[in-house]
Write a protein that binds this ligand. Structure first.
Ligand SMILES: *Cc1c(COP(=O)(O)O)cnc(C)c1O
Length: 394
């Protein structure tokens, strides 16, 4: 059957551009089609496989799921990858696959909201504890270790302050203490950073964002060794968070332009960050590509690009922030990121509104902070629009 037929070439040594186009595509091409078909079939002929290997959609064994998983593995520079129904499906299945009641996780103190509430609200109910670690102070991590610590969990770039943890120290610490190192690479995408090449055991992406890049689906992935990815698949098979064939098709298509999109977004984001940085109406700009960013040197050493996410505060605080969101004409006010359209949002209102004002202040998320996901519009158009909006509020 198709999933068992000869594996396509991995393209593992090709450039990222070539991998994004060709890796994982079914070979020979089904009926000669250049674009992999959507295999809209829940079940397939049975050939005596064991339960987890039966070709059935929920078991992530069908051609659409297998080929997009192979493309992502090639892009991450990992042995294997599994696609999931959302980023949170990848994160929850991964954390559940490697912990049991009584176990403990070290997790970066500022995490994506869904991940934070999964750790606090769900995993803790099942007896899995976690401690928050300061990602900039590796010397403080050992004191938080317990005999039951299994895993260390970080994000490549934090939301919304785009801070960069000491990622090399995370890998070294995990090796020294026999922990599984897990990273959510959503904000960077494999174009800007490939954690597996730096020794991370498992790499998560919310493919909803840059990986698909078109604001038209929700999906996730986890990449790593075949053995670890298999273990996550066994858990996902029971949780039921498989990716449907049509979403696989869209994701496969989106991935073909990943490198071009992300590099364009990197360039526009840097230009916009520089404009903000030089403008008198702006009090603070957070972008790792700016020389003044506290982790600029680390980001420059580790990353191939600084990403499309910028956050900033205006001199005029929340009132000015609200006025700016009104004054811009190209950006849309919306949550999410990584699509063709530039988005802006005030995280204190929209994303971190579940946290108390004190929790937000403690993590540096002020009321007036604006987060921007830079899209694929013309850089000059975005610069002109932001400049006219800043004049109005300044
Ligand atoms: C969006 C996001 C997620 C969750 O992804 P979904 O696809 O919405 O489930 C996880 N981590 C980060 C950093 C994200 O931005």
């Amino acid at each position: 059957m198709t999933t068992k037929s000869s594996s396509p070439p991995s393209h593992a040594t090709d450039s990222l551009e070539t991998r994004s186009v060709h890796a994982g595509e079914p070979r020979p091409r089904p009926s000669g089609a250049l674009v992999a078909p959507i295999y809209q079939s829940s079940t397939y002929e049975y050939h005596g496989e064991d339960y987890h290997d039966v070709a059935y959609l929920r078991l992530s064994t069908t051609p659409s799921q297998v080929s997009v998983g192979r493309k992502i593995a090639a892009l991450e520079g990992a042995e294997a990858a599994l696609v999931t129904a959302s980023g949170m499906a990848a994160i929850s299945a991964t954390l559940m696959a490697f912990t049991s009641a009584g176990d403990h996780i070290l997790a970066q103190d500022c995490l994506y909201g869904g991940t934070q509430s999964f750790l606090r609200g769900d995993l803790s109910r099942f007896g899995v504890e976690h401690s928050a670690i300061d990602p900039q102070r590796p010397e403080s991590w050992a004191a938080q270790l317990k005999p039951t610590t299994r895993l260390i969990y970080v994000e490549t770039l934090t939301n919304p302050l785009v801070q960069v943890a000491d990622l090399e120290a995370v890998v070294a610490f995990a090796r020294e203490h026999d922990l599984i190192s897990v990273i959510d690479n959503t904000f960077a995408s494999p174009v800007n950073f490939r954690p597996a090449e730096h020794g991370f055991d498992l790499v998560m992406e919310s493919c909803t964002k840059y990986m698909n890049g078109h604001s038209d689906l929700v999906a996730g992935s986890v990449a790593g060794s075949a053995e670890k990815v298999r273990r996550i698949k066994l858990t996902l098979d029971h949780l039921g968070g498989c990716l449907d064939p049509h979403a696989c098709f869209l994701l496969q298509r989106g991935l073909k332009t990943l490198t071009l999109r992300v590099r364009a977004q990197n360039a526009s984001a840097l230009a916009l960050a520089r404009l903000l940085d030089s403008h008198p109406a702006v009090a603070q700009v957070n972008y790792p590509g700016l020389k003044g960013h506290p982790e600029h040197a680390r980001a420059a050493a580790l990353f191939d690009g600084f990403g499309g996410m910028v956050s900033f505060e205006l001199e005029g605080g929340t009132t000015a922030a609200e006025a700016l969101l009104e004054a811009v004409t190209l950006p849309t006010v919306a949550v999410s990121l990584g699509g063709p359209e530039t988005l802006m949002v005030r995280p204190a209102a929209a994303i971190h509104s579940q946290a108390s004002a004190e929790q937000r202040e403690a993590s540096g998320i002020t009321e007036g902070l604006i987060r921007m996901s830079v899209g694929l519009e013309g850089t000059d158009d975005l610069l002109a629009d932001l400049a006219q909006a800043l004049e109005q509020v300044g």
